[in-house]
Every structure is written in structure tokens, then in C-alpha cells.
Design a protein around this ligand. Structure first.
Ligand code: BDP
Length: 579
């Protein structure tokens, strides 16, 4: 939900910072305010802002003083973090306001201790200690179940937001390509209200439709209507509108929010994914939120460049590997017409490195673990459910789903997604190939393959053949299900060349990607190809990585490798709408 109406105090900027190496902060009550000569910039991970903090993974404290105007004294105050982690505790003026687990979803706490017409102090304690019970799990900084660097800190914007005592808590919009729209609006107020519902154009400059519904009881309010003549959202023509919801008490507006929406319909049937009644092909990438110095923060300018680069290369989609991306990131997907597979931080790629099969089975069958994963998924869906760009959910990435308990977990998770949002299909990215026990539980099969890299290394042709054979077997078993190859690629060190193409050279990467695409595109059950990765990104240290994972077709600072040229040509020949 966005709002121009609610007063906001942005807290981005320089904060006082202190690493709690001796774990004395709690005992010394740093939450009341601490002394330190160090500072840090918010938003951004702490790691690369000072080489001394780079490998630090435990508790660090942030502090900032800010002024609140006296005119806000009758309002309710909320502190909003768009993303911080892994575990965040917050105090305002010495009073504890809340705790949140998970780095990649927005969270907010009501603050009752705000002093209006005065200075206030916020203290945040961020605990980034790796744990098997974290999502995603890790044993230590360099021993993780995921292949991206475990950054810590406040890496997305933070602000205070003020609402009236009567306010809109949540808005859910379902808008189909035929112009029908269903809304569910959750309001909080101690008396009945009038609700103004308006459809506006993308720029919020023209009201296309409005209606005032009188005498609405606070709580959940459902609204349905069909709009004739609206233009559907699609990658070729990403038409956006805004739904404005306002609540009035006695003719006075008490809250006003808006959601950017697109009218579009997504279905999976007859072995294809349909957007607005036409079968589509997803061409694109797995990505990461990762940039030098900023860590997990993606500055708006970097994002804009990325979207222009992805458009230039002919991509039309990406998966939010391996966690939900920021609001700005997905705002651009809506705007640029990218189709997004939204994935929660249930990433288990390196699970074999950190737990035995027995331990995995035990973890995945624990009710407590399911409940935690459920919380993460609920937060993600709540935050991004109204986005036209989000066309599908990926339940998890590379789970050890040849283990029955894990397959059962995926089955339950997929049903949870359907309960929360019946409008979108589900998938998950499997790396267990023909041994996977959970492919039946999702609408679309997604497969990650590195044959020709982690196996059959140095031999692209043999690798491609081995991959094709397995994909074909999976298709025979599930002939009615569309298949996406959600990851394939090879590391290439920018500037390293080799003839004949050898591993780590730009030629080897380009050749491998070309071979995969040319082989897979001929199979009409393949409905998507996502190259791993859009850009190089930082990883834990291990013998397979040279600080970065170099499978990007762009380097970490967005310089093109040879693959960009090759992929542009191949992607441009694949239409978004297929037969
Ligand atoms: C897959 C993971 C991805 C890794 C990639 C790789 O899904 O996160 O970065 O392989 O090894 O296992 O490059």
C-alpha cells in the first residue's frame, strides 16, 4: 500500500553504529542509547561499509535521533522497515516496540512512546547470527544452505508513518483481463465509516471511476465491479492503473491509500502458461539483490539500469531468487512489464553441506518449522499480492525433495499458497531431477540444471545431452505440466578468453548457454528459460568461488560478457506469446 496522505518521516541517512563483539549490549542496556564514534549508512548492508565489519555475523546496534512535529500528536505512529535482518529488535525512547525475524519482507510496529514537538531516539538491534533454523538455513557465514553472501543490517528504507486512529490496514485487489475487479479492504475504526473507492490512471491524475459506499462497518469490506474498456497489463503493453481507497468519518477524510494494479489473468492449462488467454514463454534470469559496497541494497539507479539491460537483452521475466525483492525492485517489474516468479527465502541449495538426510527429514517434518515458513510466506504474499508482474509463486529453491518428508512439506506449502492466493499458480525450482518426489504438488515444473558445469565439466555437448535426456523423462511422466528450466549457466571470469572454449572463459559460458537454449527451445513443453544469473554476485568463501559467483552474463558492476551478445540474439527470436 502506498499513500501520499499519511505523514512520513524518512529515517534513511547516517546512523550511529556499534558492533557488539563481546555481546554486552543487552546487559549494558544499549537500547536506551549507546555511545560510539562509528557511523553507518542506511539503507545498505553493514559488511562492505568497513572492511572490519565485512565478515561480522552477530549482533550490531543502530541508533538515530529524529524530530517529530507537534502537529502529529493525535495520530498513531508506526515504524516501518522495508527490510532488515536477520533478526531485528526495535526500541523508541527506551520502549521496546517489537521484534521481527527475516531479512526480506517489510514489517512495521506501532510506536506508543513517540514524543511530538520533541526529539526522539530509535535504537535497533540486528542479529545476523547464522542458524539451521533461519530461513534460509546456515551453519556459519561460509557454510550456508545458500550460495549468496549472508549480509546483515538495515538494507532497505526505514521510515515513521502516521495514521489517524481510523485507518486502512490492508487492501487486496484481484483484477482480471476482462475488467472485473474484486477488492477486499480491511479497516480499523471505532465507528462506521464511508469508503471512497476510485479507479485512477497510472499517473494518478484522472479519476476514471469513483463511488462512495456509505455506512460501512470497520473490519473486512468486500467490493466488486467490472470496468469496461480498461486495457490489460502484459509484457508488451504493461498498462497500469491505481486503485485509491479512502475512508471518511463525517465527511472528513481520515485515511487515503492507493495500490498500483494491472488487469491481467494467469492460468495454467493444457501444458502451457496463459496470460490473458494467450500462451506465454518466459525468457529471462535468476537475479540477486547484490551490489558492491551496498550489499543487499539495490539503489534505484542500479535497478533502472538493470531493467533497461534486461529489456535490451530481450528478457521478459525473472525469478526473485532466492527471497522476495524490495518494493522498488518489483515496482519496476510492474512498470517495465516483467513477469515475476516470486520466491520466499526457502532456499536449500547447499543443504547436503550442513545437515544429514536424517536431520533434514526431522527438520522438515517439524510443525514449528512449518509454522515459521508459513509466517514468512504470509508476509511475502501480503506485501506483493497486488502486483500484476507477479504471475506465479516458487514455493522453494532446490529443496532436498528426494526425501519424502521434504516432499510432504512442499505439498503443504503449495496448498498454503493456494489458500492465501488462489489466483496464482505454484512451482518450485528442483535440482533433484528424475529423483524428485514433489513435482506432482505444483502446477508448473521448474528444473535447475548444471550438466556441463558441475558434472560433465569441460564437455558442453555431453552435459547438454545428459540434461535433455532427464528433462525428456520428466516430461513423459508429467505430460500435462509445463516445464521451465529455471537455472542453467556457467561461471565466466570477465575478460578471460579461450579458444577452444574452456571452463571459466567467456566463450565457455556463452557456448553453454547457447547450447542449452537451442536444444530446449525445440521442445514445445518447455515454456520458460531462465539463465543463471543476470549478474555476478558475492557468495560465501569456498573453493568453488572466487569471492563472487561468476555465472552472471554481466559482471557485478554490470559490464557485459560475451554471453550478452549471444543471449540477445537468441532471446529476440523467442516471442513472448507463443502458439
Ligand atoms: C543453484 C542455486 C543457486 C546457485 C547456483 C550455482 O539455486 O543459488 O548460485 O546453483 O551453483 O544450485 O551457481
Amino acid at each position: 500500500m502506498k499513500s501520499w496522505f499519511r505523514p512520513r518521516i524518512p529515517l534513511d541517512g547516517f546512523w550511529k553504529f556499534r558492533i557488539d563483539r563481546e555481546l554486552i549490549g543487552d546487559k549494558e542496556e544499549w537500547f536506551k542509547g549507546f555511545s560510539s564514534n562509528e557511523l553507518i549508512y542506511v539503507p545498505s548492508s553493514w559488511n562492505e561499509q568497513n572492511p572490519e565489519w565485512d565478515q561480522f555475523t552477530n549482533i550490531a546496534w543502530y541508533q538515530r535521533d529524529f524530530y517529530v512535529d507537534g502537529s502529529l500528536k493525535d495520530k498513531r505512529a508506526w515504524i516501518v522497515f522495508e527490510g532488515a535482518g536477520y533478526r531485528t529488535r526495535v526500541w523508541v525512547n527506551n520502549e521496546f516496540v517489537g521484534e521481527h525475524e527475516g531479512s526480506f519482507t517489510q514489517f512495521k510496529f506501532e510506536v506508543n512512546s513517540i514524543k511530538c514537538g520533541s526529539f526522539n531516539r530509535i535504537v535497533a538491534r540486528i542479529d545476523n547470527t547464522p542458524s539451521i533454523f533461519n530461513l534460509p538455513p546456515a551453519r556459519e557465514l561460509n557454510v550456508t544452505a545458500f550460495d549468496f553472501f549472508h549480509y546483515g543490517g538495515i538494507h532497505r528504507p526505514v521510515y515513521l508513518e502516521f495514521t489517524d486512529t481510523c485507518y486502512i490496514d490492508d487492501v487486496t485487489i484481484n483484477a482480471s483481463s476482462d475488467g472485473s475487479l474484486k477488492a477486499s479492504i480491511n479497516t480499523v475504526c471505532n465507528r462506521s465509516i464511508n469508503v471512497r473507492f476510485a479507479l485512477m490512471d497510472k499517473e494518478l491524475s484522472n479519476v476514471l471511476f469513483e463511488e462512495m459506499v456509505k455506512d460501512v462497518k470497520p473490519g473486512v469490506f468486500k467490493y466488486e465491479r467490472r470496468f469496461d474498456g480498461v486495457k490489460p497489463w502484459s509484457p508488451e503493453d504493461p498498462n497500469l492503473y491505481n486503485i485509491v481507497v479512502e475512508i471518511y468519518v463525517d465527511d472528513t477524510v481520515r485515511d487515503s491509500v492507493y495500490e498500483r494494479i494491472g488487469f491481467r489473468t494467469i492460468e495454467v492449462k493444457e501444458g502451457k502458461i496463459y496470460l490473458n488467454g494467450r500462451p506465454i514463454f518466459l525468457k529471462g534470469f535468476g537475479r540477486h539483490e547484490d551490489f558492491p559496497v551496498l550489499g543487499k541494497y539495490m539503489h534505484g539507479a542500479v535497478l533502472v539500469r538493470d531493467f533497461y539491460l534486461m529489456r535490451k537483452i530481450g528478457a521478459n521475466s525473472f525469478r526473485t531468487t532466492h527471497y522476495p525483492y524490495s518494493n522498488e525492485h518489483l515496482d519496476l517489474a510492474d512498470e517495465f512489464g516483467f513477469m515475476v516468479i516470486l520466491e520466499p527465502p526457502l532456499c536449500y541449495s547447499g543443504m547436503d553441506r550442513i545437515l544429514s538426510r536424517e536431520e533434514v527429514a526431522k527438520l522438515f517434518s517439524s510443525e514449528e518449522y512449518f509454522k515459521k515458513a508459513k509466517r514468512f510466506v504470509e508476509e511475502m504474499v501480503k506485501q506483493h499480492k497486488n502486483r500484476p508482474s507477479v504471475i506465479m509463486y516458487s514455493v522453494t529453491n532446490e529443496p532436498p525433495s528426494d526425501i519424502p518428508e521434504v516432499a510432504e512439506f512442499i505439498k503443504r506449502m503449495s496448498s498454503l499458497f493456494k489458500e492465501l492466493d488462489p489466483s496464482r499458480p505454484t512451482t518450485f525450482a528442483s535440482h533433484r531431477s528424475t529423483r524428485d518426489l514433489a513435482l506432482d504438488y505444483v502446477d508448473v515444473i521448474s528444473l535447475n540444471y548444471y550438466r556441463g558445469w558441475y558434472s560433465e565439466w569441460g564437455d558442453i555437448e555431453r552435459g547438454t545431452e545428459a540434461m535433455l535426456k532427464e528433462v525428456e523423462q520428466i516430461h513423459q511422466r508429467f505430460p500435462e505440466k509445463p516445464i521451465i528450466i529455471t537455472e542453467f549457466g556457467a561461471d565466466a571470469y570477465l575478460g578471460l578468453h579461450s579458444d577452444p572454449p574452456q571452463m571459466w572463459s567467456e566463450e565457455y559460458q556463452a557456448e553453454m548457454i547457447r547450447n542449452y537454449i537451442e536444444a530446449l527451445i525445440k521442445r514445445n513443453y518447455i515454456v520458460g528459460l531462465h539463465i543463471w544469473n543476470f549478474a555476478d554476485f558475492r557468495t560465501p568463501q569456498n573453493p568453488l568461488r572466487t569471492i563472487l559467483n561468476r555465472k552472471g552474463v554481466y559482471s557485478r558492476d554490470r559490464q557485459p560478457k560475451l554471453s550478452v551478445l549471444i543471449v540477445s540474439k537468441l532471446f529476440k527470436n523467442i516471442p513472448t506469446f507463443i502458439k
